[in-house]
Ligand binder design. Structure first.
Ligand code: PLP
Length: 325
């Protein structure tokens, strides 16, 4: 066990409560090892990020103790006055950041946020259009092994064979033929800009809900280097722990004012603006080292890499094992 924190960590806090190191040295040791691993290895997992100490402090806080079902001012449990203030603060900040009329900050992560959209807008067996997983879409956009593929009828759209970008003509044709009730725009591994205006036009022609999932590109939207979908879509979902380095969680935005506000923290915005060019530089380096890029190039944070000729052993990719720094 690493005792680098010394005796200080074993001292009780100001309320006399013992620290983790004193209560459960095994768990404390695992936390320290995880911290050391993160500091000394590089994991190229696009969904992950490094939360600041302030975010870690806020998420490992006294609010863990509280039950708060319901909404601010309308809870099932007593004693939620401060929780109400906190949830309202988060809602107001998100609304200002994205220019949405409404925000829900309760989803535990991106998949439950998407599930809430299904429950709110659709009935079981309704048709849902999305980009298939192998083409860069997410499991919850209608993939077979997920609830979204088993409880709803999947109508996939696809990438253009040559450009490896969304084939909007094919999408329009399919939407007109299939009349889906909801169309997803967004993905996990699609390194190009989404054309929300084109998607909104198609959705309106076929009277579908248009829902943007910006889990991966949220930080780029906030920084103004990717269009904001809020004014084009009925609903927008996201995670808060990927490109905006927030706490592990999800949120849902809905209509609709065409404006956005600067990030609360100007330095974060500056850093986020640099993400596309560093993604391009990283992609180029990998390309140079005999990897083949998917979708030709990267406009966004993502560079999708596939080993040119060798099948990867399970758990042996850069994201799986981590390269030593
Ligand atoms: C586009 C997209 N939506 C939703 C999710 C689900 O987020 P979570 O894993 O936080 O549930 C992901 C996860 O990576 C994602 O890439």
């Amino acid at each position: 066990m690493d005792n680098s924190a010394g005796g200080a960590i074993a001292q009780p806090d100001t309320y006399g409560r013992p620290h983790l190191a004193a209560v459960d040295s095994r768990v404390h040791e695992l936390l320290l090892r995880q911290e050391r691993q993160e500091r000394t290895t590089l994991k190229l997992i696009a969904s992950e990020n490094f939360a600041s100490s302030a975010v870690l402090e806020a998420t490992g806080s006294i609010f863990t103790n509280k039950y708060a079902e319901g909404y601010p001012g309308a809870r099932y449990y007593a004693g939620n006055e401060i929780v109400d203030e906190l949830e309202t603060l988060a809602i107001e900040r998100l609304k200002a950041l994205f220019g949405s009329e409404h925000a829900n900050v309760q989803p535990y992560s991106g998949s439950p946020a998407n599930q809430a959209v299904y429950r709110a807008l659709l009935s079981p067996r309704d048709k849902v259009m999305g980009l298939p997983l192998p083409e860069g879409g997410h499991l919850t956009h209608g993939w077979s092994v997920n609830f979204s593929g088993s409880d709803y009828q999947r109508v996939p759209y696809r990438l253009h064979e040559k450009t490896q970008q969304i084939d909007y003509d094919h999408l329009r044709e399919t939407a007109k033929r299939e009349r889906p009730k909801l169309i997803w725009v967004g993905g996990t591994a699609y390194p190009r800009i989404f054309d929300y205006a084109a998607m909104a036009e198609i959705a309106s022609e076929v009277n579908s809900y248009l829902v943007a999932d910006i889990a991966h590109i949220c930080g780029l939207v906030v920084a103004g280097v990717h269009p904001n979908p809020v004014s084009h879509c009925d609903v927008v979902t996201s995670t808060s722990h990927k490109s905006i380095r927030g706490p592990r969680g999800g949120f849902i935005l809905s209509r609709n004012e065409d404006r956005y506000q600067p990030l609360h923290h100007p330095k974060s915005k500056h850093n986020l603006r640099r993400v596309p060019s560093s993604a391009r530089r990283t992609a180029y380096e990998y390309y140079r080292r005999a990897c083949r890029r998917f979708a030709g190039s990267s406009e966004l944070v993502l560079s999708c890499l596939r080993s040119a000729d060798r099948p990867q052993r399970q758990g042996s990719g850069p994201g799986a094992s981590g390269a030593r720094l």
